[in-house]
Design a protein around this ligand. Structure first.
Ligand code: ZN
Length: 155
């Protein structure tokens, strides 16, 4: 799937955003190495802290179905009234960057940003989360950047 199609999928996922407090709607589309795509939207809560971002929703959906090998994520965000092409350039928050770091290769995983129109930006995770702390910092015998385990078979 190309970047533009992945962004269009994120724009569609944004339609499901539950964001009555911020009125800032975000959608995300996560591309797995096997070609499958998982979507997510932001979900707010009256108690505030239980809310979750679109990016983590997509990642957690994928991981919960056995996927752990990801290539890219497209993020589409903006005020509720903004339509495709009018969105804000919405970069992932720090928490989502850290969750990406858990499952994604910082040297290869791409974060695709755009306004839902023609313009697209592609960033590497290592550039949005430099000098990061990840699983290899805790796992004994595994060096930074070393490949993680393969995707769960049959998932
Ligand atoms: Zn976030």
């Amino acid at each position: 799937m190309d970047d533009r199609t992945l962004m269009e999928t994120a724009v569609q996922a944004r339609e499901y955003s539950y964001s009555p407090y911020s009125n800032f709607r975000v959608g995300a589309a996560l591309l797995c190495a096997d070609g499958s795509v998982y979507t997510g939207c932001n979900m707010e809560n009256a108690a505030f802290t239980p809310g979750i971002c679109a990016e983590r929703t997509a990642i957690y959906k994928a991981v919960s179905e056995g996927k752990r090998n990801f290539l890219a994520i497209a993020i589409a965000g903006g005020p509720a009234a903004a339509g495709p092409g009018e969105l804000s350039l919405t970069a992932p928050c720090g928490v989502c960057r850290q969750v990406m770091r858990e499952f994604c290769d910082p040297e290869a995983f791409r974060i695709i940003l755009g306004t839902g129109g023609e313009d697209l930006q592609s960033w590497l995770l290592k550039d949005l989360l430099p000098l990061s702390f990840g699983p290899e910092n805790l796992a004994s015998g595994r060096e930074p950047g070393e490949k993680k385990e393969k995707e769960v078979p049959g998932a």
